[in-house]
Design a binder for this molecule. Structure first.
Ligand code: GLV
Ligand code: MG
Length: 345
């Protein structure tokens, strides 16, 4: 979870949009709330940056964009080149010294273990102090090497700066020698995706699913567009069912469908309210829901509570209501599921 505005605002992003950071126009599009209706943007120095722009050329554009554009309510992050690349340190120095208090975090690619996160955190400590930052940058780590998957929990807990884990399907597949990364990805990468979610949640961080590489173009037939949109939706519904909180997107066209998948509907929020109320009226325990016939108990009520928490993040449920229900649950069980999963700041 991103904790922003000195703890006054917290964001678990549903959509994280990446774009090449060497191009000012793309920064402008990313900042625009109409053109890019996403919760989070990630400007890239790494794999989407052409070789000729690596180093000074891309850094100049990045710093200008961060200092001059208004990204509104979006979480703004930057992906530097990986820690072993000759560009890594210069990328970080350029943005942290060059754009103090103008963005929220960095996304570390090709992370291999927790020590790398600690190294980055130490570098940020030093640079932030030198540049007069008023808050600490947060870190998201890409889990995209087999080493990272093995060390995912260690990575997730390596620094209080950690906000989330993101599954990087393309590099992960490359490392494993897998060719197919679009079709059946929730089955083929089930283990890896679930491991990312478990490590993230065990550490109280958000988990973000990978890119979906197929885009629709103007010349595509309506049938083809519908097919591509179905594929995007199904991939994300499957990821949400594994516990992913959101997804990476590679183009604004993907944002509306992805935001929708990771936001509870008003019916789902109403349903969660109804069962929680019913459960407390009946005094807890296990019971059959008279409406659906399904058995409910304390554990299924926590699923409903988590839906209300997502509703609160989407502005559909008040924090006061969420607090009331989570305190009722805590009074009996001795723990607050929302705190454990850092659904509250
Ligand atoms: C993202 O960086 C990926 O490799 O999928
Ligand atoms: Mg990658």
């Amino acid at each position: 979870m991103f904790v922003l505005e000195n703890g006054a605002r917290f964001v678990i992003p549903r959509t994280e949009m990446t774009y090449p950071g060497h191009n000012l126009k793309l920064h402008q599009n990313a900042a625009d709330p109409q053109k890019s209706p996403v919760d989070h943007v990630m400007a890239d120095f790494e794999d989407a940056c052409p070789y000729e722009f690596k180093g000074e050329k891309s850094r100049k554009v990045m710093v200008e964009a961060l200092n001059t554009l208004d990204f509104g309510r979006k979480v703004v992050t930057v992906r530097p080149n990986n820690i072993h690349s000759p560009f890594f340190k210069g990328d970080i120095e350029a943005i942290v010294l060059g754009a103090p208090n103008r963005f929220h975090g960095i996304m570390l690619p090709k992370t291999r273990n927790g020590e790398e996160i600690k190294q980055v955190a130490r570098l940020l400590d030093d640079l932030e102090k030198r540049a007069g930052w008023k808050y600490q940058l947060q870190i998201e780590s890409l889990i995209e090497t087999p080493q990272a998957l093995v060390h995912a929990y260690e990575i997730a807990t390596a620094s209080p700066r950690m906000a989330g884990l993101v599954f990087g399907i393309a590099d992960f597949a490359a490392n494993l020698g897998i060719r197919e990364i679009v079709e059946n990805q929730n089955q083929n990468f089930h283990y890896a995706k679930q491991a990312v979610v478990v490590a993230a949640k065990a550490a109280g961080l958000h988990a973000v699913d990978n890119v979906y590489l197929r885009l629709w173009r103007k010349e595509d037939s309506p049938e083809r567009v519908a097919e591509l949109q179905r594929g995007l939706r199904e991939k994300n519904q499957g990821a949400a069912n594994l516990g992913m909180d959101g997804t990476w997107v590679i183009h604004p066209q993907q944002a509306p469908i992805c935001n929708e998948v990771f936001t509870p509907t008003t019916d789902q929020v109403e349903e969660a309210r109804r069962v929680i109320r019913l459960y407390h009226e009946k005094g807890g325990g296990s019971m059959a829901d008279p409406k659906s016939g399904e058995m409910i108990d304390e554990a299924t009520i926590k699923i409903a509570l988590m839906d209300l928490a997502k509703g609160a993040q989407a502005g559909m449920v008040s924090q006061a209501e969420l607090k009331e229900w989570s305190e009722k649950s805590r009074a009996i069980t001795g723990y607050d599921i929302l705190e454990l999963m850092r659904r509250v700041a």
